[in-house]
Design a protein around this ligand. Structure first.
Ligand SMILES: NC(=O)NC(NC(N)=O)C(=O)[O-]
Length: 369
């Protein structure tokens, strides 16, 4: 194992992957392998003898060897407007064909500007037409700020594939432009950041903890198999690895005892705390244990709190208020609960005694203040 020590910014939500809601808006060349692969949620793989009619099948974005001036680039739409904290450029398996250098620009595009991007057709063996390139020039305004200058990449061997890059800008962006100099392949691009979406209308019922509405995980007790930031992503979980899964508690022999009446007495629990995108009141909760069959938690509890300064730290005494009393869960299923909370800024989800959740949703109304 050559896993490098990961930088702190990987704790932030990932906001470019397809599972988070990221999209490829444009790419200059998709000859060997399409740009969509670069934002796939799965880990890249290599299949020794797999070839397409265009060349070696590669699990990433790979362009042709350029025989004309210029470089290849693409535009990605992020899952939500966000402050970018850092990137992981993974060149896995691209060895003699990795992009030697890259840079990243970012912009906050209006819907009108976004509509200038030519319609994307995802297919290997394709390249953007002269018309598309002419059309997209209209977007090459001073809006694109360089947030990663031209930087060398390392090849996709196990010990060098993970190219991390910290970002210091505090501005919020909707799109990034990834430039490869001059051409080549990138297996995966991960964008870590803090969501900063536009405020939804006060009358809309929204999932206040969803990452696309600005929610983020700010603390947890255990994330051994899967990080709790996964459970606030949109859509269904892809597999167990796309959820929050704790280790089996080491005090297991003592955690499950029977009360005198035969009911279970569970001891110990695991928790995760989330900051909501906007303060609001919660009306409906969904807890989804999809994929967790032999390891769903026995029960779940939801609590909330309004913190004036909008900050939470583990060492603070927090006056948590119950929103959903401890409720039994079952395997591989979405559970719905009606609730009626005060205005909250933070949510604590407690599972007893341990196990995994796929997704949570808290539908409610944004506070008018
Ligand atoms: N063996 C290769 O990977 N060759 C080429 N790439 C693909 N995908 O065929 C290349 O050199 O760019």
């Amino acid at each position: 194992m050559f896993e490098r020590i990961k930088p702190g910014f990987v704790e932030f939500s990932e906001l470019a992957s397809a599972g988070a809601g990221g999209k490829v808006a444009f790419s200059t060349d998709d000859f060997f392998a399409t740009c969509e692969n670069m934002i796939s949620d799965s880990e890249p793989i290599f299949i020794e003898d797999k070839y397409t009619e265009f060349g070696k099948w590669m699990d990433g974005w790979e362009t042709r060897r350029k025989r004309v001036a210029g470089h290849d680039w693409c535009i990605l739409k992020l899952a939500t407007k966000c402050i970018i904290k850092g990137f992981l450029v993974d060149t896995a398996f691209f060895t003699g064909n990795y992009a030697p250098k890259y840079s990243i620009q970012a912009a906050c595009l209006t819907p009108e500007e976004e509509s200038l991007i030519p319609r994307r057709v995802e297919a290997i063996g394709t390249a953007s037409s002269e018309d598309d390139l002419e059309q997209i020039k209209k977007l090459e305004s001073d809006k694109w700020e360089e947030i990663v200058p031209i930087t060398a990449l390392q090849p996709g061997y196990e010990e060098t594939r993970h190219n991390y890059q910290k970002v210091l800008s505090d501005e919020a962006w909707t799109h990034i432009r990834v430039n490869m100099f001059p051409d080549g392949g990138i297996a995966r691009l991960r964008v870590f950041g803090e969501p900063r979406p536009e405020r939804p209308a006060l009358t809309d019922i929204v999932d206040l903890v969803s990452v696309v509405n600005g929610g983020c995980c700010v603390g947890f007790s255990n994330a051994h198999f899967g990080h709790p930031k996964n459970i606030i992503k949109p859509g269904k979980g892809r597999s167990m690895s796309d959820g929050w899964e704790t280790a089996r508690r080491l005090d297991r022999p003592n955690i499950i005892e029977a009360n005198a009446d035969g009911t279970l007495k569970l001891q110990g629990n695991e928790w995760a705390v989330f900051k909501l995108g906007f303060p609001g009141t919660i009306k409906k909760i969904s807890v989804d244990t999809t994929h967790f069959k032999g390891n769903f938690p026995d029960s779940v509890k939801f609590e909330g709190v309004y913190l004036d300064n909008f900050n939470w730290t583990e060492d603070k005494e927090i006056p948590w208020q119950t929103i959903l009393n401890s409720s039994k869960l079952s395997a591989n299923k979405e559970h719905w609960y009606k609730v009626d909370s005060e205005i909250i800024t933070h949510l604590r989800v407690t599972i007893a005694p341990d196990g995994g959740l796929s997704r949570i949703k808290i539908f409610g109304l944004i506070d008018s203040e």
